[in-house]
Write a protein that binds this ligand. Structure first.
Ligand code: G6P
Length: 741
């Protein structure tokens, strides 16, 4: 209705303006038409009176002339009559003859347009006609007609026009409203049924106007597109960002302390010849947790591993971060070289890491390593208890370095909410069972309130392992494990990155990034680039992707010298033999592949075996054509998500291993089996020749997912679940009190 009014009011205004103009035109026309009639009439009168009047004039009797004129006035239209002997004479005229008409000014009334005189007596029509008497000059007869009848008729006409336009306006408005209502309903119904798919899928029943169908189809596609991009896939309508996470913490957990625990710290201070420098470690865990801690504040307890870490803490071993704009505290824990070697290098990275990854590297278990692992976990438990300001803090335990920690915290802070997240895959029960301390590890982990994995597959593996190896009650409906009087909820929380990534605010434009990289590597501007960004870890499939590049050169020699693959390989865990071996093998394979093409202007592989800070990593992600993530086994892999987030130009192709958790969320990537060199080479070829619009379509989908499933959602979902658990605990406590009363 409002829509119709919006149309009808301007319409009525337009009609009113049109009516006004019509009246003006009608007035003018009527005056002109009646003026012409009176001219003709005056001619007729002049011709009729010519003879008698000329005789009377010749006799020269003014009273006779006046008498004759008065007789002429019996004609009701004739208002006055006068006679001018010459220009200087006074008119001989009837009583009403307008005094404005002088004999000297008669000339202007002989002009066609000047026949009308607007006098105080009304509108008068003046015609001047010569009367032939033989005198020189001929006297002139002035016939004055009353035109007030024209006025009267004009007014009548105006009234009729006014009624006419009112009626016209009302009818048009009414018809418009009715048609608008009917057709709007029709359109809406038509569109609705089309959007429901009826118009398209069941055209026989469609009542929609055929001309609407293409519009509706486009509309439907657009809506589906938007829905797909923005629909929160878990059904929650919440948009997660830093503020939403902060608000969740405040409202659901009453602003409780958040204590995060991880082995790797978010900021490392290192001594360099130029002084103390800050380093951001290459760690998916840190990439994910750091923005969460920025949002939640609180304290993050981690191993102080940097050479200048001790020089930068306060007397409580704390340092406020991020530097320059502190939002939370890092509490550094010091480990001896022996502790680091046995707990971190030994049990965590030679035992649990290969145990949980299918990368064909055998785990090594040593009891001394396990003992140290247990001791270091206890050390972290002490730190958690020290840092807790309340008896029920929220503790976020991170990763495989701390399988025993949840139980240790539970024993000392029974009311704590302990959320443990296992950032790496969980193997099947047979694989896990080879660990000599399997039950201790499970017991430790089941001290958690919530235990999170990236994928449902890993949750299933964990619950199967528990079911197989210890005496616990497993509820497969709710995925709760009840053990030693406590319950642990085992859930899937796919980890992610912050959106938008903080690096983007200061990042170079994509064209500038492309140029900068090629200048740095001495490559021509149109040189095509693939990029891989990894720690030099045997699980990352770096050898496999290099073999794929070599295979591409064999199958498509046109890329020789025109395409290079830049592998950024951050040194990692270099005290461990398997890692040192792997780094050596990567270096020699890169050299060996490049040697195969001695004549190529630019080598197929460019290996950058050093740590790159996040800004530079983003530059590579923004400036490359293809990003390859070819992990042999990976919990999630955040480089894949970082690549997608970095490409706000919606260009670039992601080649992603089917064995990385990220492939479940990003199926629009070119998903490959990294063990299949031919398939990976084909994917590289497809990526390098993919049309821009296809790149855009794929990238847009993936960006929608990463934006929606950002790391604030990851943390937020866990905190919300924790809040529910805490509430249930409280109810249970009240119930048990009631039964005791
Ligand atoms: C993986 C682990 C993290 C670890 C990271 C880097 O992502 O899940 O816990 O921090 O690798 O490894 P590093 O041994 O250098 O901490």
């Amino acid at each position: 209705m409002r829509l119709s009014l919006r149309f009808v009011i301007p319409l009525l205004l337009a009609i009113a303006a049109f009516a006004y103009i019509a009246v003006l035109v009608a007035d003018t026309l009527m005056l002109r038409w009646f003026g012409r009639d009176l001219d003709i009439r005056s001619n007729l009168i002049a011709t009729t009176v010519q003879e008698p009047l000329s005789n009377i004039i010749v006799t020269g009797s003014i009273p006779r002339i006046t008498l004759y004129f008065n007789r002429m006035l019996l004609d009701e239209r004739l208002y006055a009559v006068g006679l001018c002997a010459d220009d200087n004479a006074t008119p001989v005229a009837t009583a009403q003859f307008p005094p404005e008409i002088k004999c000297s000014s008669l000339g202007k009334f002989s002009d066609d347009d000047e026949h009308v005189l607007r006098s105080p007596r009304g509108v008068l029509h003046i015609s001047v006609r010569p009367i032939e008497t033989g005198a020189t000059p001929d006297p002139r007869l002035v016939l004055v007609h009353d035109m007030s009848f024209v006025e009267r008729r004009s007014e009548e006409t105006r009234r009729y026009l006014f009624y006419f336009f009112i009626a016209l306006g009302a009818s048009i408005a009414l018809i418009t409203v009715v048609i608008a209502q009917l057709s709007w309903r029709g359109w809406v119904q038509g569109l609705r049924s089309l959007l429901r798919g009826e118009g398209i899928l069941r055209p026989a029943r469609s009542t929609t106007a055929p001309e609407l169908q293409p519009i509706a189809r486009d509309l439907k596609d657009l809506i589906l597109d938007l829905e797909r991009q923005y629909r929160p896939l878990d059904g929650s309508q919440r948009i997660w960002d830093q503020e939403a996470l902060r608000a969740t913490l405040r409202s659901e957990l009453h602003g409780n302390d958040v204590i995060a625990v991880s082995n790797r710290e978010p900021y490392i201070h290192v001594q360099t010849p130029e002084g103390i420098k800050l380093q951001h470690p290459a760690s998916g865990l840190v990439t994910a947790l750091e923005p969460v801690m920025r949002a939640c504040s609180g304290i993050w307890i981690a191993h102080g591993s940097g050479s200048a870490d001790r020089d930068t803490v306060d007397r409580h071993d704390r340092v406020a971060v991020p530097p320059g704009h502190p939002l939370y505290q890092v509490r550094r824990l010091w480990l001896t070289a022996e502790e680091e070697r046995r707990y971190y290098g030994g049990f965590a990275n030679e035992g649990l890491w290969p145990l949980c990854h299918n990368a064909h590297v055998r785990p090594t278990f040593r009891s001394a390593d396990y003992e140290t692992y247990r001791a270091v976990n206890a050390k972290f438990a002490d730190a958690v208890v020290e840092e807790a300001n309340t008896k029920d803090p929220v503790v976020l335990v991170q990763d495989y370095h701390f399988a025993l920690l949840p139980r240790m915290i539970r024993d000392r802070l029974p009311d704590a909410t302990i959320i443990t997240f296992w950032h790496i895959p969980w193997p099947n029960p047979e694989a896990f069972a080879i660990c000599p301390w399997r039950t201790e590890l499970l017991d430790g982990m089941l001290g958690s309130s919530i235990l999170g994995f990236h994928t449902q597959f890993h949750c299933n593996n964990f619950v199967d392992t528990v079911d197989r190896l210890i005496e616990a009650r497993v509820d497969r409906e709710s995925f709760n494990v009840t053990y030693r009087g406590g319950t642990t909820a085992v859930h899937r929380y796919p980890i992610s990155i912050e959106w938008p990534p903080v690096q983007l605010a200061t990042a170079k434009s994509v064209p500038d990034a492309k140029r900068a990289i090629r200048e740095r590597l001495d490559l021509p501007l149109d040189h095509r680039l693939g990029v891989g960004i990894d720690r030099l870890d045997y699980t990352k499939g770096v050898l496999e992707r290099m073999n794929a590049v070599a295979r591409l050169m064999e199958l498509e020699p046109r890329w020789i010298g025109r395409f290079s693959f830049v592998q950024i390989a951050a040194p990692t865990r270099s005290t461990i033999d398997d890692y040192r071996d792997y780094a050596g093998r990567v270096r020699s394979l890169a050299a060996e592949i490049n040697e195969r093409y001695p004549d190529a202007k630019f080598p197929p592989i460019i290996l950058l075996n050093e740590h790159h800070e996040p800004d530079l990593v983003y530059e590579y992600l923004r400036g490359c054509d293809v990003c390859v993530v070819s992990s042999l086994h990976d919990g999630m892999n955040l480089v894949a998500k970082e690549f997608v987030a970095a490409r706000d130009d919606e260009q670039g192709v992601l080649i992603l291993s089917q064995f990385a958790g990220a492939s479940r969320e990003l199926p629009e990537a070119l998903v490959v089996n990294p063990y299949d060199a031919d398939q990976c080479a084909a994917a590289l070829q497809i990526a390098l020749t993919m049309p821009e619009n296809e790149q855009r379509d794929r990238m847009r989908f993936m960006r929608g997912v990463v934006r929606e499933f950002n790391v604030y959602r990851w943390a937020g979902r866990m905190l919300l679940d924790a809040a529910v658990l805490r509430q249930r605990e409280r109810f249970r406590a009240t119930e048990s009190l009631a039964t005791h009363v």
